[in-house]
Design a protein around this ligand. Structure first.
Ligand SMILES: [Cu+2]
Length: 141
């Protein structure tokens, strides 16, 4: 019986160690296929924060683009407008969706034609120093 309890304690500490290595999760990363001649492309993804503290996304970059901006769409008096964001906060144990009509990534790319099935790499940098590489799929909305 004593050895059984010991084994259980060992197993518990192993699973706790695994949980401690949990990291920020990114899912559903995609870039909207734009018509030929479009000067701007938009990107979307979902970020999940498993930590006890808020995560703050402070920078996004991609080797495919000179700039990646963080924007938020908002309706003001029935008109859609975009606001430039310096950072995007993902609440502790919560998630933030970058999606059409809300937060999104915006990339000026007048000479780049991306079509469905292409992939775009992004690097996300957080205020706590965490850095994540993400591969986004180009698709039609
Ligand atoms: Cu925008």
């Amino acid at each position: 019986m004593k050895s059984f309890i010991l084994a259980t304690i060992l197993l518990l500490s192993v699973s706790l160690a695994v949980a401690a290595e949990t990291q920020t999760l990114v899912s559903d990363a995609w870039v909207r296929e734009a018509p030929p001649g479009a000067s701007m492309l938009a990107g979307y993804l979902t970020i999940e924060n498993p930590f006890d503290e808020d995560q703050v996304l402070v920078d996004v970059s991609s080797p495919r683009f000179a700039h990646v901006m963080m924007h938020r769409s908002e309706m003001v008096d029935g008109m859609a407008r975009m606001i430039h964001e310096e950072s995007i906060t993902i609440p502790a144990h919560g998630k933030t969706e970058l999606k059409p009509g809300s937060y999104h990534l915006m990339m000026p790319a007048p000479d780049l034609r991306l079509t469905t099935g292409d992939t775009v790499p992004f690097v996300l940098r957080f205020a706590n120093g965490e850095q994540l590489e993400v591969s986004a799929e180009v698709r039609k909305p």
